[in-house]
Design a protein around this ligand. Structure first.
Ligand SMILES: [Zn+2]
Length: 251
């Protein structure tokens, strides 16, 4: 049975969608899933069960249907393309990419290829600044737990400085383990759909996920997605891989 939504309901729904559209991080497939879930949360389409829970499969089917979609619809870069027609798998990928977490790649940090030598100069202000792409590491800041690229060029004095720095960093971390840094990425759908218990979802799509130190959003979730036990995307390797000779040779 469908109930005609009230004016207030429609208005709340429109406000939520407007918020998503105005959010520069809510793009690509996240936006598609967000709009689909907003329909479900605000307008009960498809309706949540009496207990406020729903199998994720139902939502996935409502959003994607069973049509074939282009694989690169995902608005993220670190997922393999899944241009398939398995809605449940797709929605898992979206939730996985949006799990709230700390990522050292996000804080505007440079990639290893652009790292420059960080040795402070003795006779002038500033750092050495030569290319350090062949000798760069990600060091954990013992005070914050954040990881940043540091490197040295090939000059002996710089290499020595870097070796000492690595030793010092290792000793500091051993003496005082760094705190878990606050999340700096993900959680986009969580901000627009705080009714949903995302922690359960993220735990289900990523067995290693742990709540970031900043904790939950201030709103308490009331709706639960029941994540089916689909086999993990990366098969767990329990035995040593064996080499096999395949007949046929080069094509
Ligand atoms: Zn240098």
């Amino acid at each position: 049975m469908t109930i005609e939504p009230s004016y207030a309901t429609l208005r709340a729904h429109n406000q939520r969608i407007t918020g998503m559209l105005a959010d520069p991080e809510c793009v690509g497939e996240l936006l598609l899933v967000g709009i689909g879930m907003a329909r479900c949360v605000d307008l009960g389409d498809p309706p949540w069960g009496d207990t406020g829970s729903m199998p994720m499969k139902v939502i996935a089917a409502a959003i994607y249907g069973n049509r074939r979609l282009p694989g690169n619809l995902l608005g993220t870069t670190h997922l393999s393309d899944r241009g398939d027609h398995r809605p449940n798998r797709r929605i898992r990928d979206v939730f996985f990419a949006d799990r709230r977490r700390y990522s050292p790649d996000v804080d505007g940090d440079r990639s290893w290829a652009n790292v420059t030598c960080g040795r402070p100069m003795v006779r002038r202000e500033g750092l050495c600044g030569r290319s350090a792409s062949s000798n760069a590491r990600r060091l954990t800041d013992p005070a914050t737990g954040q990881r940043r690229w540091v490197g040295s060029c090939s000059q002996p004095a710089c290499k020595q400085w870097f070796t000492d720095l690595l030793d010092r960093n290792r000793a500091e971390l051993a003496a005082h383990p760094a705190p878990e840094p606050p999340a700096n990425t993900g959680g986009v759908l969580e901000r627009h759909l705080p009714e949903v218990d995302w922690w359960k979802v993220w735990r289900a799509v990523d067995k290693t996920w742990a709540p970031p130190p900043e904790g939950r959003q201030f709103e308490r979730p009331t709706l639960t997605l029941v994540v089916d036990d689909e086999p993990a995307s990366e098969p767990v390797v329990s035995a040593r891989p064996t080499l096999r000779v395949l007949d046929g040779g080069w094509r």
